[in-house]
Write a protein that binds this ligand. Sequence first.
Ligand SMILES: Nc1ncnc2c1ncn2[C@@H]1O[C@H](COP(=O)(O)OP(=O)(O)O)[C@@H](O)[C@H]1O
Ligand SMILES: [Mg+2]
Length: 320
Amino acid sequence: MARSDLVIDLVEAHRRGDSSRFRVLVEAIIAEERSNQHHLVADRLSELITTWGSSDLLTRDDAARPVADLVHEIVPRRRLSTLQLAPGVFAAASEIIEEHHRAELLRSHGIEPRSRVLLEGDPGNGKTSLAEAIAAETMVPFYSVRYEGIVSSFLGETASRLDHVFEFARTRRCVLFFDEFDTIAKERADTHETGEIKRVVSTLLLQIDRLPSHVIVVCATNHGELLDRAAWRRFQVRLTLAPPSREQATQFLETLRARMGGELGLAPRTLADKLAGASYAELEQFAQDVRRRYVLSLPDANLHEITQSRLAQWRTQAHR
Ligand SMILES: Nc1ncnc2c1ncn2[C@@H]1O[C@H](COP(=O)(O)OP(=O)(O)O)[C@@H](O)[C@H]1O
Ligand SMILES: [Mg+2]
């Protein structure tokens, strides 16, 4: 039998209607049942949440059926204010959000809100989070396009699968998110690629252009330089999400310390120095690792030692 605290949390999550928390808890129960060798229970539970997970989208929305394997719906929760952004990026994102909040006013003057956004930057500095925050702040669903689904081995089908996605998106207010956009768009530059891929990319870019402005298209790439100019030009807003400076890292660690409700073993400024070069995601990971080890080694935990040993690990990571 699963731990009683999990079951209680589960019921509470259900009562609050918090389906993502519910799912996380069911997954925790499955993991626990597996570790207790209760494979039948675990299998049955995971079957239940898998079928229910994918039918989630379908039952709510009939039109979503043909694209269910191409588009992944995420309930956007991330708020803009929880992200640490350079002032220019924050201002641009706020403007886009305002334009969509007040789209009717703009349209009454014959102007459309901007709706094509390119986010560029190294991994872990907030591209996906910002796209999600734009959806949360404009209160629209967040649809993330799955490449595995789109670029199938049946290339002939790819363009028509893309058509499905755009057809689906154009009739609703939403954020349509293309992650690793360069993986599709850059192919055009590779001369050895087949004409088929080029055709797919041209279709993709054209389709993006033709979307009504109530669909906010956000494309993310780690390699802005790989996009050709035609692709680049299509975006009305292009933002670079840079890794944190020392000052920003210090601030972020202070925020994390407050959010996690405990010290990190060293002053944020000192830690920021020692973790120079880390992305936001890596800083967050580091802080979580420290807190995790700390909690698990209570009551006689030595926070400072934990932090030192995590720092030593950080330094020996191959890529530094
Ligand atoms: N600018 C940021 N401010 C606050 N947290 C961030 C920021 N960038 C990244 N993070 C944290 O790191 C995690 C991963 O970031 P993500 O948005 O997926 O980055 P990317 O899509 O650029 O690889 C996020 O869920 C968030 O918790
Ligand atoms: Mg991402």
